[in-house]
Design a protein around this ligand. Structure first.
Ligand SMILES: C[S@@+](CC[C@H](N)C(=O)[O-])C[C@H]1O[C@@H](n2cnc3c(N)ncnc32)[C@H](O)[C@@H]1O
Length: 287
């Protein structure tokens, strides 16, 4: 991680004062605090106003790999930016190292923003970071963000719930869903038997195993499926297929992570939302 010598953020600017007019009592960062902030799925326009406020106040910004450069630029120019991601051609940053950096910078009296993709508490290890801060007695706050598994679907016209179609939604990670599931692993046949749509994060690698399990539980090969890669970014791509054709379609189209996979009839609901669908870039349909 970077050697650090941030200079404390000077007096708040006009943007922060405008936010305070909009949100009376908006919390202000104090020196020595760490805020764990969700950045949403990608598009800087999907940041919350509280996330913007945090960025404007940061002395130190510890950020994930997939954060848009325009979002990082919202922090003051003198704020120190520390990459704490697990991709991007750079060596992975170990979770212990990230937590240690947050604590070290807070103890040195800086306002520390830990900016994470999506929502910090959805498959993002935000809970571990907050637990470590609490344990160390470091004041902290969590700013929720739009999670990619929901916002990424909305952005391409797939409603996560659709009246008359589904009454629930199963959000899951495919990470660790290898061929030999651990005792705490997901029982995919059981998930299929819920009869509700399934939204998968981090599932490209283990998708064959997951689809096999869902099929064993009775999810039909004709079940509509979609993959939304790089949702809400300029690289956004959507592939529509079925459970039976999804692997072949992905092989052909070569979508890469980050991607959300959704299985269920809600995928077909987007057909009635054509105006939104046409905004999706690079779309492929093979159903
Ligand atoms: C470590 S998880 C973090 C999830 C994040 N906390 C959230 O709430 O969206 C990373 C995974 O989220 C999903 N993801 C994040 N951003 C995405 C995007 N813009 N488009 C599609 N999937 C995304 C992908 O499945 C990716 O592998």
């Amino acid at each position: 991680m970077n050697p650090l010598s941030p200079s404390p953020n000077p007096a708040p600017g006009a943007a922060l004062e405008a936010l305070e007019t909009l949100i009376p009592g908006m919390p202000r960062m104090r020196p020595g605090e760490v805020w764990i902030v969700g950045a949403g799925p990608g598009d800087p326009g999907l940041l919350t106003l509280h996330a913007l406020s945090a960025l404007l106040q940061a002395d130190v910004l510890v950020h994930d790999a997939l954060i848009d450069a325009r979002t990082l630029a919202l922090a003051p120019p003198q704020a120190v930016r520390i990459f704490a991601g697990k991709r991007g051609g750079r060596p992975s940053t170990h979770q212990d190292e990230i937590t240690a950096t947050l604590m070290d910078q807070a103890r040195r009296g800086f306002r520390v923003v830990r900016l994470k993709g999506g929502d910090p508490f959805i498959f993002g290890r935000g809970g571990e970071e907050v637990a470590a801060l609490v344990e160390a007695g470091i004041p902290n706050r969590v700013i929720p963000g739009l999670t990619s598994g929901l916002a990424g679907l909305s952005a391409v016209g797939i409603p996560a719930t659709c009246r008359g179609v589904n009454q629930a939604l199963f959000l899951a990670t495919g990470h660790g869903a290898g061929r030999r599931p651990t005792p705490e692993g997901i029982d995919w046949p059981l998930v299929a038997r819920l009869g509700q749509p399934v939204v998968l994060y981090m599932a490209l690698k283990n998708l064959p195993f997951i689809l096999e399990g869902l099929g064993q539980g009775g999810m039909a090969p004709e079940t509509p499926a979609a993959v939304v890669a790089w949702a809400t970014t300029a690289q956004e791509r959507v592939v529509v297929a079925t459970l039976g054709t999804l692997l072949e379609t992905l092989r052909r189209e070569g979508l890469d992570a980050p991607a959300i996979i959704v299985l269920g009839e809600i995928v077909n609901c987007r057909n009635t939302l054509q105006r939104v669908v046409t905004q999706a870039m690079g779309e492929v349909s093979s159903s």
